[in-house]
Design a protein around this ligand. Structure first.
Ligand code: SF4
Ligand code: SF4
Length: 230
C-alpha cells in the first residue's frame, strides 16, 4: 500500500485559511488502510480544523468533508465533481497522486495536500508501517531471497553487507534490521546461499524515477474512447 502521514493541523490551517469555503476530500483506498486520510480521519480532522481556524480568528471559513472511493482514478472523481463549484478550495487527503488527480480534474480550484505521502510499504504491526519497495521499475527480489536491497539496505548494496551490521541491525539507525542479514538468513533457510557466490550486476536505473516520471501502457487493456483523456 501507499503509506502516508497527516500534516499537522496548523500547517493545514495555514494553507487554507484565506479561502471562504473548503472541501476536505478523503480517499477510501490506501490512505484509509494506513489510517491517514479515510472517512474516519476526515471527520476528526474537520472538527479539529474548525476549532483551529476559530482560535486563529478565521471562524468564518466553512469546512465540509467528503470521502470518495479512490482519488487516483477519474471515474471515482465524477462523484465529487458536482459539489466542487460550491467551494473555493479543496484539501485532499489522498496520496500525492490523488492530490494531483484532483488538481488536474479541477483546474479552476486550488487543491492542497493534507498528507505527506511517505512510501510503498506494509503494516508491520498495529500502527507501524515500514517501507518495502522503492518502485525501481526492474524488480530483482528473485535474486535477493525476497528482500529488497534497494529499499531496505541503507546503502543499496547489491553484493553483501557493509562493515556496519551489528547483531542484525543496520548502523544507520538503532532498531533498523540490516537488509543483508535478512537476505543471508533467508537464503540460508532456503538453501540457496551458493547463488550469492556470483557477483550481482549493477541495477539498470533507467527504469527508475531518476529518468523522469514513468508510464505503464497495457495495450491489451485499452478501450478506445474511454478514460479521462479520451
Ligand atoms: S527491487 Fe525494485 S521493484 Fe523490487 S522491491 Fe525493490 S525497489 Fe521494489
Ligand atoms: S548495515 Fe546492513 S542494511 Fe545497513 S547499510 Fe550496511 S549492509 Fe546495508
Amino acid at each position: 500500500m501507499i503509506v502516508a502521514d497527516r500534516k499537522r493541523i496548523p500547517e493545514i490551517r495555514d494553507m487554507i485559511h484565506d479561502h471562504g469555503r473548503v472541501l476536505l476530500v478523503g480517499c477510501g483506498t490506501c490512505v484509509t488502510v494506513c489510517l491517514a486520510g479515510g472517512e474516519r480521519e476526515i471527520s476528526i480532522l474537520g472538527a479539529a480544523l474548525r476549532m483551529a481556524l476559530r482560535l486563529e480568528g478565521h471562524a468564518d471559513v466553512v469546512i465540509d468533508e467528503c470521502t470518495i472511493e479512490r482519488q487516483c482514478e477519474d471515474a471515482f472523481i465524477d462523484v465529487l465533481a458536482p459539489r466542487v463549484s460550491d467551494y473555493d478550495a479543496i484539501c485532499s487527503f489522498g496520496c500525492g497522486a490523488g492530490v494531483q488527480a484532483l488538481a488536474e480534474r479541477f483546474p479552476q480550484t486550488p487543491v492542497y495536500p493534507g498528507l505527506n505521502t511517505q512510501f510503498m510499504g506494509i503494516l508491520e504491526e498495529q500502527g507501524v508501517w515500514v517501507e518495502e519497495c522503492a518502485g525501481c521499475g526492474a524488480c530483482r527480489l528473485g535474486e535477493f531471497a525476497g528482500v529488497c536491497p534497494i529499499t531496505r539496505c541503507a546503502k543499496h548494496l547489491f553484493n553483501g553487507p557493509c562493515g556496519g551490521s551489528r547483531d542484525g541491525e543496520c548502523e544507520v539507525r538503532p532498531g533498523l534490521s540490516c537488509a543483508w542479514q535478512l537476505i543471508y538468513d533467508r537464503a540460508r533457510a532456503l538453501g540457496v546461499l551458493d547463488k550469492f557466490c556470483e557477483i550481482a550486476p549493477p541495477q539498470d536505473w533507467s527504469t527508475g524515477l531518476d529518468c523522469g516520471p514513468r508510464k505503464v501502457v497495457r495495450e491489451d487493456q485499452r478501450i478506445a474512447g474511454l478514460g479521462p483523456n479520451a
